[in-house]
Design a protein around this ligand. Structure first.
Ligand code: FE2
Length: 390
């Protein structure tokens, strides 16, 4: 079966009208169908300051706000956007309640992965009849700019998918929100769209959740180099990538595996207190420029030993970029049958070692950077060897 993707750069939301989409993942059924990621909502301790962080460090532009000033009494949300990526940061204004419970259990983290659909009522019906647990029955919200239909289902951990039908809406975000334009200008760093969003699930739960996406949402497993055991002597994880039919939504699912040291997935599960979103991969057309700007604005990236670059070109072959800036920034390179990719991971962006971001630039490759796991650990070991501590 051919399940390769075509150009993911085409997968962008231009307006609220339903686009015509081509099926690129064989084996997937698009009974919903999903048009793209609508927004990602994080429950955070202090939405105002989190919004400032994503504006200053990440260059997201503030677009909408909902809170006391708009008549919402119990909670507050800031909506930020860059390219087609929309983040919603939500905090409670009261003691107790679901938002505070979520923060108490998980720390700041992703609660909602909202999916853009043509028909939110049908999406709820199709998924719940296939076994999804309802999070929100379909309901309509309206204001002077039109109406939006929302519905939702539960997925791994306490994470949920909200289906957003916005074809009859022209407002800034959703009814109940007003435009948010603080007197502060952000520096767009060239982030375009969400390439993939990764979920960490518990021991031996990966297949269960892959089956969930196959059965309930019609996803198919992408054939890639990432669907086998990813392990070195020191850390281990299992990962499979599920995609919807048009390839706009890609959800790799990780589970921990036994290694000599504690798996990074296990560490996440311990600190997040269960399954949840591990990382959000954001696409750029110029990773060197994007990462230079992010670093200048205070985003911290994972350390990559210089020794990684001693052997990287032997592994991946010719690339268009000079190696020097990639080495300077710590950008990783991997290759598959279709091309190569450049990627880099941030340190966790929250207090708990849980969620982080990936910046990715695809140059043909449709996989997720499996070759970098082993290469990174080998590079670290070569450094240890140099210090005589291996
Ligand atoms: Fe990733």
């Amino acid at each position: 079966m051919v399940r390769t993707l075509k150009n993911t750069k085409d997968f962008i939301m231009i307006d609220n009208k339903t686009p015509e989409l081509e099926k690129v993942i064989e084996g997937a059924e698009d009974f919903l169908p999903l048009l793209g990621t609508d927004f990602v909502e994080l429950y955070v301790g202090n939405a105002k300051q989190a919004a400032y962080y994503y504006q200053t460090a990440w260059g997201f532009e503030p677009i909408a706000y909902s809170g006391l000033e708009t008549g919402r009494k119990d909670s507050v949300s800031y909506v930020l956007q860059q390219g087609k990526i929309r983040l919603v940061l939500t905090s409670s204004l009261q003691p107790g309640g679901t938002i505070n419970d979520h923060i108490s259990d998980h720390g700041d983290g992703v609660k909602v992965v909202a999916l853009w659909v043509d028909d939110a009522t049908k999406s709820h019906e199709e998924t719940t009849k296939r076994g999804a647990q309802s999070y929100m029955e379909p309901y309509t919200v309206e204001d002077e700019y039109g109406k939006v239909v929302l519905s939702g289902i539960h997925t791994y951990g306490e994470t949920v998918h909200v289906f957003v039908e916005r074809k009859n809406y022209e407002g800034v975000f959703l009814p109940g929100y007003k435009p948010y334009k603080p007197n502060y200008s952000t520096n767009n760093v060239g982030l375009k769209y969400i390439d993939h969003m990764v979920g960490n699930v518990g021991w031996n739960e990966m297949n269960k959740w892959c089956e969930f996406y196959a059965k309930v949402m019609g996803f198919a497993q992408m054939v890639s180099f990432d669907d086998k055991d990813i392990s070195t002597d020191y850390t281990a994880l299992m990962s499979k990538v599920m995609s919807n039919g048009n390839g706009r939504i890609k959800f790799p699912i990780n589970e921990p595996a036994e290694g000599k040291k504690k798996s990074q997935i296990e560490e996440y599960i311990d600190f997040y207190n269960g399954a949840g979103v591990q990382h959000i991969a954001l696409a750029t057309d110029n990773i060197i420029e994007t990462v230079t700007n992010l670093r200048d604005q205070g985003v911290e990236f994972l350390y990559v030993p210089e020794t990684y670059y001693d052997t990287v070109l032997d592994r991946v072959g010719e690339i268009d970029e000079d190696l020097a800036p990639l080495k300077d920034l710590g950008i990783l390179i991997d290759r598959d049958d279709e091309g190569y990719l450049l990627q880099i991971f941030t340190k966790p962006v929250l207090d708990r070692p849980t969620m982080f971001f990936e910046i990715i630039q695809r140059k043909g490759a449709q996989s997720f950077g499996k070759g970098n796991f082993k290469a990174l650990f080998e590079a670290i070991e070569r450094e240890q060897d140099l210090r005589g501590t291996l």
